[in-house]
Design a protein around this ligand. Structure first.
Ligand SMILES: [Zn+2]
Length: 133
């Protein structure tokens, strides 16, 4: 990947996962640059299709571009940090991230965003005052 493009993506993300909002400096696992539409599905390596993802979100997302809304079971696309506004789709309830839309609920499910160990990690960071939402 072009170093200038990589730098643009990192700067734009302000050091945090664009899915779960965890800052890189509060996680031991190196964050990665994610193709929002995976290369497998012919997603280009361009600014508009790239975002910063924490290790856990990225591993769970893999090449997925859609998921099932746990509320109604319908297939919906995943959250796209380039076209969607995070606060219009997600909200905080303590250390848990709530899906306000079908897109967000499917994303939380596919990316394992509220898995107990991940929620506990955020809770500990919040209690320590190092992670503010
Ligand atoms: Zn994440």
């Amino acid at each position: 990947m072009d170093p200038a493009l990589r730098e643009l993506v990192w700067q734009r993300a302000n050091g945090a996962c664009e899915y779960c909002r965890l800052p890189q400096d509060l996680d031991v696992f190196p964050f990665q640059i994610d193709h929002i539409i995976a290369e497998k599905h012919h997603g280009p390596t361009t600014s508009e299709n790239l975002c910063v993802s924490c290790f856990h979100c990225n591993v769970h997302k893999g090449s997925n571009i859609a998921g099932l809304d746990p509320v109604d079971g319908r297939i919906v696309r995943l959250f796209d940090p380039r076209i969607d506004i995070w606060r219009e789709h997600f909200a905080w309830a303590g250390a848990e991230i709530i899906g306000l839309t079908s897109v967000a609920r499917a994303t939380i499910d596919v990316l394992g965003i509220n898995l107990p160990e991940r929620r506990d990690h955020r809770r500990l960071l919040m209690e320590a005052g190092s992670f503010r939402t």
